[in-house]
Design a protein around this ligand. Structure first.
Ligand code: SF4
Length: 475
């Protein structure tokens, strides 16, 4: 399955017809959204916590270059190695080089969206290194040979019945009766995965946070797979986007409270694992520790008017609460990062021309910003992206805006236009018997593809005002 952000309209139309998807999304998004509200409301002052989290992230972004250097100094000081990768290809090449250096052939991997960006697992497979996804959702996605549809819940798009059928078909699980038992399916996958940790010589993780003052990489997981993937193999590679750094433990303490509450409605994730480097002479853990700091478009975002988008802590709350995501799911967005924040990040990371429909995939209702634990101003950024896209790319829109501006600054012309439109609408109604237009010709057909064009009033507001109030309605 190939992801294509520019095909949002076609993909969304198909997704809207998918009853199984609708069932899965209804179950998944609404329960996660409800859990978030309950968990955030439990805190003494949810809004103060949100603003504290926002402050922590914005402070970190303001000092980003220095904080990254601090991370590097601290980790190398303890025997770890820090690599910098400009793009996805460089990440993949660096991981492969480490595999070659240490003769690594099989690895276990916990969830990481950055490695989805770089398509690391298929790349390594093509070069003779097998990676097994150990997060249950990611494992299902790998068995299904598809992509995650949510940044926290990779199989938000699947019902338990569909996972059952997949396990029976691809993994030889004994079929269950009706209803299927998710717990038994989880145990089945767990038994299968447990044996593999012992065979692995490589563990790959992402990172939810990096704490600059001590050079600590943090992963938050719920299944224990992250801990097994990092403590048993002899080499651990953490692959982390540069925006995940925070200056201090105090800032981390704020964000580690909000992430699970906003994400899954938990007070804490079950496992919060911290890494500072290799095991060394006396400790447990990997012999070699690598941190790959990934740019992949982020420094462009950093230098743009959209820096705030990098404050995202990938909790998924904006996806769960978004009325568009709730209807079409993640795959329709055709990108690693779906939902409201994906509609902002994807055009910025991939190039606006490669994801032009996404900023328009929003009702601008503001639910995303209200749900966001770091109060990212997503609707403002969506609006600005729309403006940028239209201004840069659409000659019809540019011409239309110029014409509109000209008409607005020439009141007589404007009124004449309104009168003509009213007459045309009247003629149309008399000829067709319809008051609304259900199909406009190109290039205006974008409007009527999904809604009717409302009729022009037979009398303009200016005429009405003159008739009923006297004087000029003002231009
Ligand atoms: S934008 Fe906010 S709500 Fe959405 S994933 Fe990022 S942190 Fe969570």
């Amino acid at each position: 399955m190939e992801l294509k952000a520019n095909q949002f309209l076609q993909s969304a139309t198909i997704a809207l017809e998918d009853i199984q998807l609708k069932t899965a999304l209804d179950r998944g998004t609404r329960s996660a959204d409800k859990a978030r509200i309950t968990a955030m409301d439990e805190t003494t002052d949810p809004e103060a916590l949100r603003q504290q989290g926002r402050g922590a992230k914005l402070r970190a972004l303001a000092d980003l270059p220095d904080l990254l250097e601090q991370i590097e100094t601290n980790i190398t000081g303890r025997g770890g190695q820090v690599l910098w990768a400009l793009d996805g290809d460089e990440v993949n090449r660096q991981v492969l080089a480490i595999c070659r250096e240490h003769d690594l052939r099989f690895g276990v991997k916990s969830k990481s969206m950055v490695t989805e960006e770089t398509a690391l697992v298929p790349y390594l497979k093509a070069h003779g290194v097998e990676m097994l996804e150990t997060d249950l959702g990611e494992f299902v996605v790998q068995v299904d040979e598809s992509h995650p549809s949510h940044i926290v819940t990779p199989i938000m798009h699947m019902t338990k019945e569909k996972v059952h059928d997949l396990f029976v078909e691809k993994l030889g699980m004994e079929p269950m009766g009706d209803p299927v038992d998710p717990k038994a399916m989880t145990h089945f996958a767990q038994r299968l995965l447990r044996r593999k940790y012992l065979d692995a010589d490589l563990g790959i993780t992402g990172g939810n946070f990096m704490i600059a003052e001590t050079g600590t990489v943090v992963i938050c997981t719920n299944e224990g797979n992250g801990r097994l993937s990092t403590s048993l193999p002899r080499v651990h590679i953490a692959i982390v986007g540069i925006e995940k750094v925070v200056p201090t433990w105090e800032d981390f303490a704020t964000l580690v409270q909000t992430l699970p509450r906003a994400s899954t409605g938990q007070r804490m994730t079950v496992y919060t694992s911290l890494f500072n480097g290799p095991a060394g002479d006396e400790g447990d853990g990997p012999e070699h520790f690598y941190l790959i700091l990934v740019d992949n478009g982020r420094s462009n975002v950093y230098a743009s008017d959209y820096t705030e988008a990098l404050a995202c802590i990938r909790c998924g709350a904006c996806l769960n609460t978004c009325p568009v995501y709730q209807q079409v799911g993640g795959h329709a967005y055709g990108t690693v990062y779906p939902g409201p924040i994906g509609a902002v990040l994807t055009p910025l990371l991939m190039g606006k021309e490669n994801a032009a429909p996404l900023p328009f995939a929003s009702s601008l209702c503001g639910a995303c910003q209200a749900a966001c634990p770091v109060d990212i101003h997503i609707p403002d950024m969506l609006l600005k992206l729309r403006h940028d896209l239209q201004a840069e790319q659409d000659p019809v829109w540019q011409m239309g805006m110029k014409g509109f501006g000209f008409a607005f600054s020439h009141p007589l012309l404007f009124e004449a236009g309104l009168k003509l439109s009213g007459l045309a609408a009247q003629a149309y109604t008399e000829a067709t018997g319809q008051t609304t237009v259900d199909r406009l010709p190109p290039p205006l057909d974008g409007w009527t593809n999904s809604r009717d064009f409302p009729p022009f009033a037979s009398e303009s507001f200016h005429d009405w005002w003159r008739k009923n109030r006297g004087g000029d309605a003002g231009h």
